[in-house]
Write a protein that binds this ligand. Sequence first.
Ligand code: NAD
Ligand code: MG
Length: 328
Amino acid sequence: MRMYSESDVDPSCLQGKRIALLGYGSQGRAHALNLKDSGHDVVVGLRKSGNSWKRAQADGLKVEEPAAAVRGAAIVAFLTPDLVQADLYQSVLADISKGAAILFAHGFNIHYEQIKARKDLDVILIAPKGPGGLVRRQFEEGHGVPCLVAVETDRSGNALNLALAYAQGIGGARAGVIETTFAEETETDLFGEQAVLCGGATELVVAGFETLVEAGYQPEVAYYECMHELKLIVDLLHEGGLKKMHEFISDTAAYGDLTRGPRIIDAHVRKNMQQVLEEVRDGTFAKQWIDENKHGQKKYRQMMNADLNHQIEKVGADLRGRMDWLEN
Ligand code: NAD
Ligand code: MG
């Protein structure tokens, strides 16, 4: 593994150069504010009709329409939702300076060839391993969120330096920047959110909740057990791995974990994980998600509605309302 830190960064390669950021959502806002606070010349590219325009201006940033923003920029960062980036790229392409770098926070569009970069452009990736809010907060506190760096195309001969200087500007180099490829970042990121972080974790919670409720236990008790308390465990894992969790849970819980955990996440579940990974690798998932967007996200919305109308959501909203110490 190759990890870069602040001493590997040559900040001079970005000196006096303009960075255009397209999109002002979770990542866009954090990157723009951090880069500006790091002394860089930053411009945010947004649609004048969109909601983010006023917000970015109120945050003290220079804001222009996307095509104007990318003109003269050394780096053009695509920080809109993944599925709008290909059209956006086409709409600003004529205005991107010759020899500039296009930068991504996730490799989806390059890896699945939704964007085929113009031959003169560097293509780089800086992917923070955390949501934008954390990227901003850690930076303000003098820390940083670790990042991945990848270079898909190095026309200038300076692509890695540019990417690392950008990572430094958003605070990532303080925590370490791990070298990867667009393929590895894209495939592991998609697999992680599908199998473990989002899909896997929420289905585990809901299945546990339903098992208890169907067996006649009170939904409120099942909610605390299966959803609420998950945070305590995840915090321990985040801070100190399995070891710290085992130090803090009872030995009864640890014995149950060691003997029952592998029966829940059994060989069958691992087989499903391998299949899900295969669909990420062979492009099946990407194709399905791109088609879904072409058809107005109809099925996606239906599934989202069903998820948000589950009993656990009603029980949870009521119980969380009584815990005024929760941030919601
Ligand atoms: P987001 O949904 O929070 O932000 C979207 C922003 O894009 C909006 O605020 C809007 O300003 C702009 N936008 C939307 N449609 C547009 C259009 N047609 N033209 C111009 N601007 C438009 O996005 P995000 O979650 O910050 O994701 C941005 C990128 O960062 C993606 O590639 C994503 O995969 C990656 N990423 C996100 C996270 C995360 O935690 N959210 C983490 C790592 C990487
Ligand atoms: Mg789910």
